[in-house]
Design a protein around this ligand. Structure first.
Ligand code: 5LI
Ligand code: NI
Length: 183
């Protein structure tokens, strides 16, 4: 992942295009490379060695491809446990979402946004997601809390939305009634 597209590049503000199956070798390679980036970025030694910012998700527009694909690698609370959610999502669709809101207590960051932007990014605490894997198999995933937040962050990238679009500039750390803070 030599270069990540930065805020200001129109590809980050446009609607990414659906992929058609079978995926090309290039598209499959891109998906695997995006997941590989996340794995390396979460390995302290390797991230240090390659000067990578850690990421728990990465969307194709961030690597310059305006297509509806994203890699998600959400670690569990304990590193010896398997990841909470690890998938390469193709043509994801949010089928339903909870009224209840959730936000990460630490706020959010984005590889495409260089500056830190403080504030809670209120999202849905639970989502039901339909997505396809690289082979074209259909999946339905019910996600909650951290994994749900990360998937919504990536889903936003496919629709030209960046995390700070959701921040209430007049009340950055206000909680809506019933919203839960994660982490
Ligand atoms: O779109 C993906 N990125 O920009 C990679 C860098 N950001 C993160 O890993 C990240 C950090 C905090 C909260 C969320 Cl939800 C995410 Cl996703
Ligand atoms: Ni991002």
């Amino acid at each position: 992942m030599d270069d990540i597209t930065r805020d200001g590049n129109p590809v980050l503000r446009s609607r990414a295009k659906e992929l058609t199956f079978p995926l090309s070798d290039k598209e499959i390679e891109m998906g695997k490379k995006m997941m590989e980036y996340l794995e390396v970025s979460q390995d302290e030694k390797l991230a240090e060695k390659y000067h990578l910012r850690a990421g728990v998700g990465l969307a194709a527009p961030q690597v310059g491809s305006p297509t509806r694909m994203a890699a998600v690698l959400v670690p569990s609370d304990y590193e010896e446990e398997p990841p909470a959610f690890k998938e390469i999502l193709v043509n994801p669709t949010i089928l339903s979402e909870s009224v209840q809101g959730a936000a990460l207590g630490t706020g959010e960051g984005c590889l495409s946004v260089d500056e830190d932007i403080p504030g809670y990014v209120w999202r849905h605490d639970r989502i039901k997601l339909r997505w396809y894997d690289l082979d074209g198999n259909k999946h339905i995933s019910r996600l909650k809390d951290y994994p749900a937040i990360v998937v919504q962050h990536e889903f936003d990238h496919l629709n030209g939305v960046l995390f700070y679009d959701h921040i209430n500039k007049d009340a950055r750390f206000k909680s809506p009634d019933g919203g839960v803070l994660i982490g």
